[in-house]
Design a binder for this molecule. Sequence first.
Ligand SMILES: Cc1ncc(COP(=O)(O)O)c(C=O)c1O
Length: 417
Amino acid sequence: MPITDREFARQMDREDKLADYRDRFFVPRTDDGEETLYFCGNSLGLQPKSTGEYLEAELQKWAEKGVDGHFADSDPWYSYHELLSQPLSEVVGAKPLEVVAMNSLTTNLHLLMVSFYRPTSERFKIIIEGGAFPSDRYAVQSQARVHGFSPQEAIVEVTPRPGEDQLRTEDIVAAIEEEGDQLALVLFGGVNYYTGQLFDMETITAAGHKVGAKVGFDLAHAAGNVALNLHDWGPDFAAWCSYKYLNAGPGAVAGLFVHERHGTDGDIPRFAGWWGTDPETRFEMGPTFKPQPGAAGWQLSNAPVLSMAALRASLEIFSEATMDALCEKSRKLSGYLLELMNQLPERQFEIITPEEPDARGCQISILVPDGAEQLHERLQKIGVVCDYRRPDVIRLAPVPLYNTFDDVWQFWQVFAE
Ligand SMILES: Cc1ncc(COP(=O)(O)O)c(C=O)c1O
């Protein structure tokens, strides 16, 4: 059966072992009451239907017990963040001790740079990907300034070769080697927000460490989207948000990874707060900060339990479905979209996401040189939820937890028209 036949998509859905997960999410509807074609999980993931129950449980605890909820018999707030470590570690390929849910993404990047960007007059440069997300740029620029360096002298951007959309790993490694002794930090995205390119984090980590630099990743577009193996790849740190592929809701509590080899080093400089101390002795209210081991030692404040409850609802689904199975479906789903797009005869667009499955997650970025914004508006009007990023890209994320092959087929139909 030709892949352009809708029956092909429907057959793929019938064969999909993860198909039932869609029912566990609320799919937004159009004004006419029809389900939208929701492809915006790269920006805001859909709400699991169980989120309300998780929130309700904590609201109920608050209503019934007030302050005693901190030490309630079930899921006490005092240690609520610990409930997230195991499922989070599965998503990013780490040990539970290496991860913690806290703060927001940019805040965590700053806190991690306080510890791992320790420039000297000889070694002060930071390598980032060209076209990094603005918040990451502002963060590294401000870190350089705080240490007395101008962003112009301290920040090196690696860009694709002329005429190419994606960065070559060999060029990233070459840039790292070129900065050599001057390089203090490599801070790269796991998946670039604009092109959807997945970077070779293992190779980048090894190259950075070889020249004596620290290596960290912003996994905003990678966590919950691609297979990660942070512990074995060995970066010093990573941070991510939870409102995209992790479906924890707008502004949700973010996540952070610190490699085990740093986790017991109490001498690493850090910004400290009482939640980073040993929970057994915290209420002795002593004057000296002594960090607890692992990523949790980077916490500052007591945990935003309501936001964590929402994250828990979603992580439970991830644990059940497993990242392996999700990644397998994701490849098929996004591969199907690419194959369909390649069938279109008149190409007034260009796919700037790598076609090879190992070099991308589920996001496909479509560059429309003429009229991307207008096209996006028209798509929105007919119930396709995707996003537009200036100057000329439409991003589309078929998410394996809740998108179907038929969603992809329908999108392709309206796009072709
Ligand atoms: C790659 C990347 N970095 C940083 C951010 C900023 O995240 P936050 O507002 O949660 O700090 C985003 C937000 O979408 C992002 O995509």
